[in-house]
Design a protein around this ligand. Sequence first.
Ligand SMILES: [Zn+2]
Length: 427
Amino acid sequence: MAKMTQSRSSHMSSIKDRRAYDEKAFQHVKGSDVESLDLVSDGRLVSVKWADGKTSPFHSVWLRSVCFCPKCRMDHTGQSIVEFDNISSKSRILSAEDDGEGCLTVQWKEDPGHTGIFPLKFLKAQCYSKESLEEIRNNVQMTFSKDMVIPSFQHDEVLASRKALYKWVKALNETGISVVKGVPRGPGTGKQVVQRIAELLQHTVYGEVDNIKRDPRPINAAYTPKKLELHMDQVMYESPPGVQALHCIEFDENIVGGENIFVDMFEVVEAYRKQYPKEFDILCEVPVGFETLHYDRDWPTHMIHRRPTFATNKYGDLTGVVWNPHHIAALQVEEELVEPFFDAYGKFYKLINNFSKLFRIRLRAGDMVTFNNRRMSHGRAAFSGDGERFLQGYYIEISEFKSCVQVLSNLEGDGKPPVRVGNYDSL
Ligand SMILES: [Zn+2]
């Protein structure tokens, strides 16, 4: 006969049943067993010593802000319903306990009857000790390797397997660029590849699919055989396209030129910062406008967005770059900034175009080059000769790309966060 046990709902099972906590997101967190708990400064903080020897301080008010109990998070969504005018920096912890089933519980002096619940893996992941913050910043750092080769992947594998998909997006995240080979040559076939990253493509005024071929009445230099300067696409948008895919459908061998050129802007900017620190500061400060003005179309467009060329976080890490000489608007800043700006801008322009690490690729039919448009600039050599050169371009929003990398890292990998994607995330 089976032994009768009294069923008792643990804090963990209750927050999971309420769907307030998604444990898959924290499944790779290591060393989250508690060794000891100490209240510090009359309950202003609880100091958690973990099994891996690390220590995390958690402020009372911080715990109030992220509590998982039904008073503090909505059922089903896990969204916060904390009323922030009800919590204060004067908050004090009365007691804190490890419940032995994966949660920390907390009682507060100023709020009797409120039992705070915190999954230990969540706490371990959110630790904000100096050491942890530094480790997190290191994990998201972009790296630039001298002898990098553009990684390539197979269309059929990326389509069929989540593991292969993860390998592709991970490489794309880490290097900023990759090629998917063997994409069928019919128009529209590239779409299902980029839809492995996100179901909805990012639309722009050029539509969902950008058909890049010679056009006798072009509305964009891309539709001519002229040289395209190194640039990022659509920086006149507040959120410029994230990942860009260019699927080569035809590239006649009689065409001379027309190679695609890529450069890692984050690497260029770091070289620039070293060589021209004062000019670097100017480009971090002076807003530059990028614009598209086109009234002769079904949906007339008059778009302009201004921001500095580079953005940094409080540590000075580069978090965003915008660059597009073809769409630059007339500078409108205080007159004493005009000459220093063009001096700094011209030096950067020269550095990019003469950078030692430019990738030059002649695409072949069936290749789809995918790259992070918030990190890489791309250009094209002029071309001539008879025959068709036909590419189709697609975009994925940058936050959705980053989300895909994180999800797959949790489901297929070690759970590490994506490296910076250039979307101004200030970590
Ligand atoms: Zn609560």
